[in-house]
Design a protein around this ligand. Structure first.
Ligand SMILES: [Zn+2]
Ligand SMILES: [Zn+2]
Ligand SMILES: [Zn+2]
Length: 115
């Protein structure tokens, strides 16, 4: 799935279908398979839609209005979140605690539209 490799962040199935003109069922089947084998990861965007991207831990800020997605590079935040994970793990006696965090806001074009 080169489309995912090219786009980097948060491609949804509809976009892939549009670009490849592939059959809907085929695309979904492919994506499921790739997600299962870990070649792509699923991103939940809070609007109930699943998106797909290359694996690798990072976070996004997603526009509440148009769904645009930006990658966030947050090394410092990651360190802090690691501490939170340790605390959580200690509190509930879980191991392998991870986090999944997305931010929501209004992107510049949508803000302009809003004003
Ligand atoms: Zn991403
Ligand atoms: Zn927007
Ligand atoms: Zn993180």
């Amino acid at each position: 799935m080169e489309i995912i490799a090219q786009n980097g962040c948060g491609v949804d199935a509809a976009e892939i279908i549009k670009k490849t003109r592939a059959d809907r069922a085929t695309v979904y089947r492919q994506l499921e398979k790739l997600a299962r084998t870990g070649e792509v990861q699923e991103v939940m965007t809070g609007d109930g839609k699943k998106r797909y991207e290359r694996p690798g831990h990072h976070h996004h800020v997603i526009c509440r209005s148009c769904g645009r997605m930006e990658k966030i590079d947050a090394q410092k935040a990651e360190f802090a979140l690691g501490m939170v994970e340790k605390r959580v793990a200690g509190m509930v006696k879980f191991t392998q605690v991870e986090h999944n965090l997305e931010f929501f806001g209004l992107c510049p074009p949508c803000k302009a539209h809003h004003d």
